[in-house]
Design a protein around this ligand. Structure first.
Ligand SMILES: *Cc1c(COP(=O)(O)O)cnc(C)c1O
Ligand code: SF4
Length: 347
């Protein structure tokens, strides 16, 4: 009999599913865990978009701090119910780029496959918080049609697994999906956009890393991290293992008021990402989704913040500042051009 070492046990493939099962789903339980008085916060105890917060993520929050930047991202507030003009249910008009259920084909050469119907965390600012995932996830019986869609379009060189969160599927299911995608000759790259490993580090299983390492498709994992405190020691070995397996690790963030709208916070995020072997890729200006207006920052502020990053970080640690504009074929860069740069004199 083979002896299972401690490290192997720590990355045991189903452990992440246990974590998911015991996630916080009630705000009073989360607040109690954080030693916060519910009276201090105007929580919504029965939000339409339910609360979901895995414990490893909650453990990264500061205790007794109602302004913790991680807590602000996930705690449902009554404020979300206030209608605000200009904030809509589908700000990116995604329902209209649905080529067929489960596929969003709006970017040149790339298709988004919506594989999972949910996420491991419900982020209050999510631009898809009202998106009909359940109708849109690729059901197993539609999978052959999806593959046909890809096979018939040689222009598609990259498949982007999206969701919900594609890593909600288990490793076996993902491996089956890979088998099929690998059989499509014109596909060269695979991309996985996920926030799951951020909130449950155990999701970076060695099983999946090994499967992806064997793939002929070049794979990129785009994480979704908004604040340096979201990265813990628990992420270090998993990310290293995925990187050692040949994966490119990138990150995209959303600019969120009170969470990361300070230059030092964004700079620390870039520095910390790099320490973990992840490169900053995009910084998204906020999408005007109903229920999340309190996270919005003005565009000129976003541009100033980005400029400060540019002035204080090496170029490879400065993410592209972008906005998603409905109907456009790519994201839109909203960087100020460096010629207009302000008067930074410090060191
Ligand atoms: C922007 C985006 C893409 C594709 O855009 P790239 O410019 O190729 O990175 C894919 N998936 C998600 C979730 C995105 O936000
Ligand atoms: S993980 Fe991503 S898709 Fe899921 S709720 Fe959060 S922001 Fe939205």
């Amino acid at each position: 009999m083979r002896i299972i070492t401690r490290t192997e046990a720590a990355v045991e493939p189903n452990h992440w599913q246990d974590e998911l099962a015991r996630a916080f789903r009630r705000s009073d339980e989360l607040l109690e865990f954080l030693r916060l008085d519910p009276q201090q916060l105007a929580c919504d105890h029965q939000p339409d978009f339910p609360m979901l917060v895995p414990r490893p993520y909650a453990e990264q929050m500061r205790k007794a701090d109602p302004n913790d930047p991680l807590l602000l991202q996930v705690l449902p507030l009554l404020q979300e119910r206030d209608p605000v003009e200009g904030y809509t249910l589908d700000p990116l008009d995604e329902t209209s780029s649905n080529a067929q259920p489960g596929i969003i084909h709006k970017y040149h050469g790339r298709v988004l496959l919506m594989l999972a119907s949910g996420c491991a965390v419900n982020c209050r600012y999510c631009f898809r918080r009202h998106f009909p995932y359940a109708d849109n996830r690729i059901a197993r019986r539609q999978w052959q049609q999806t593959l046909d869609y890809l096979r018939q379009r040689p222009i598609i060189s990259e498949a982007i697994l999206s969701g919900g969160d594609p890593l909600m599927l288990d490793d076996e299911h993902l491996s089956d999906i890979l088998d099929e995608l690998e059989g499509i000759a014109h596909l060269r790259r695979l991309r996985i956009h996920s926030r799951l490993p951020v909130v449950i580090p155990q999701r970076l299983t060695s099983t999946l890393a090994q499967r992806l390492e064997q793939s002929r498709l070049q794979t990129t994992l785009v994480l979704h991290i908004n604040h340096a405190n979201e990265l813990s020691e628990a992420h270090r070995s998993g990310l290293k293992q995925w990187r050692d397996a040949g994966m490119t690790l990138l990150n995209q963030s959303v600019l969120l008021k009170r969470v990361n709208d300070e230059p030092n916070t964004l700079i620390e995020l870039s520095e910390r990402l790099f320490e973990f072997g992840v490169l900053p890729y995009y910084l998204h200006a906020f999408d005007a989704v109903a229920g999340a207006a309190h996270f919005d920052t003005q565009e000129h502020l976003a541009q100033q913040l980005h400029q400060q990053m540019q002035q204080r970080l090496p170029g490879y640690l400065v993410p592209k500042l972008v906005r998603e504009i409905a109907g456009r074929k790519s994201k839109t860069l909203i960087n100020l051009d460096s010629g207009q740069s302000g008067n930074y004199n410090g060191m």
